[in-house]
Design a protein around this ligand. Structure first.
Ligand code: GTP
Ligand code: MG
Length: 202
C-alpha cells in the first residue's frame, strides 16, 4: 500500500463540524507528546504535514487529513497535559468523547502508548473508557526505537508493551489489535497501512 497523496482538510472543535462526505476515518489519540503528529507524518511520509513539538499541547482541535482522496487520518489533541488550564481539559473530554461516541464514519480509534516508559495511570483510564464504551480501537505503541533507560523504568519497549497489554486485559472482551511503531525509524508503518486497508474493506 503506497500513499500517493495527503492533504490537510480542516480543524473542528465539534463532531457536527467534521467533514460530511462519509469517508472512513481513523483517529490518533494519546497522551500529550506520545507522538501522534509524528506518527501521522511518518504514515504519509510528509515531515511537516501535522505540526509536532517538544512542548505538549501543540494539537488543539480535531484535525482531518485526507489520504488518497478516499479516507481520513484524524489528529486529536493529547490528554493528560497537566499544565493546561482546567477549563481546557474539561473541553477536551467533552468534545473528544462526543466525537468517539457519535462519529459514525470512525472505523477505529488508534490509542497511542509510549513504549519507552512503564504504563501510566491515565493511559489505563482511557483504555478502560474506550473498552467500556465499546469504541473499536487499536493499540499503537510509539517510540519503539528508544533504548531502555534507568530513569524510564529500565525496561525494553517489548517489556513495557507486554505489561501494558496485561494491565488492560480485563477491559475488553477480545484483546484489541496492537502494532509497534516508531516515527523515527518508520517501524510499523507498513503494518499500520495494511491494518487500515483491512479495516476499511470490512
Ligand atoms: P501533542 O500534539 O502535544 O499532543 O503531541 P503529539 O502526541 O502530537 O507528539 P509529537 O508528534 O508532537 O511528538 C512529541 C515529541 O516526541 C517530539 O519531540 C518528537 O520528536 C518525539 N517523538 C515522536 N515520535 C517519536 C518516536 O517514534 N521516537 C522518538 N525517539 N521520538 C519521537
Ligand atoms: Mg500533536
Amino acid at each position: 500500500a503506497q500513499i500517493v497523496q495527503a492533504e490537510f482538510i480542516k480543524s473542528s472543535v465539534r463532531t457536527e463540524d467534521c467533514p460530511s462526505d462519509g469517508l472512513p476515518e481513523f483517529a490518533l489519540v494519546g497522551r500529550s507528546n506520545v507522538g501522534k503528529s509524528s506518527l501521522l507524518n511518518s504514515i504519509v511520509r510528509r515531515k511537516k504535514l501535522a505540526l509536532t513539538s517538544k512542548k505538549p499541547g501543540k494539537t488543539q482541535c480535531i484535525n482531518h487529513f485526507k489520504v488518497n482522496d478516499s479516507w481520513y487520518l484524524v489528529d486529536l489533541p493529547g490528554y493528560g497535559y497537566a499544565s493546561a488550564p482546567q477549563e481546557l481539559r474539561t473541553d477536551w473530554n467533552k468534545f473528544t468523547k462526543d466525537y468517539f461516541l457519535n462519529r459514525s464514519t470512525l472505523v477505529s480509534v488508534f490509542l497511542l502508548i509510549d513504549a519507552s516508559i512503564p504504563a501510566k495511570k491515565i493511559d489505563l483510564e482511557y483504555a478502560s473508557w474506550l473498552g467500556q464504551n465499546q469504541v473499536p480501537m487499536t493499540l499503537i505503541f510509539t517510540k519503539c526505537d528508544k533504548r531502555k533507560k534507568k530513569k524510564n523504568g529500565g525496561k525494553r519497549p517489548e517489556e513495557n508493551v507486554n505489561e501494558f497489554q496485561e494491565l488492560i486485559r480485563d477491559f475488553f472482551e477480545t484483546a484489541p489489535p496492537w502494532i509497534m511503531t516508531s516515527g523515527v525509524t518508520n517501524q510499523g508503518r507498513d503494518e499500520m497501512l495494511l491494518h487500515m486497508a483491512q479495516l476499511r474493506n470490512y
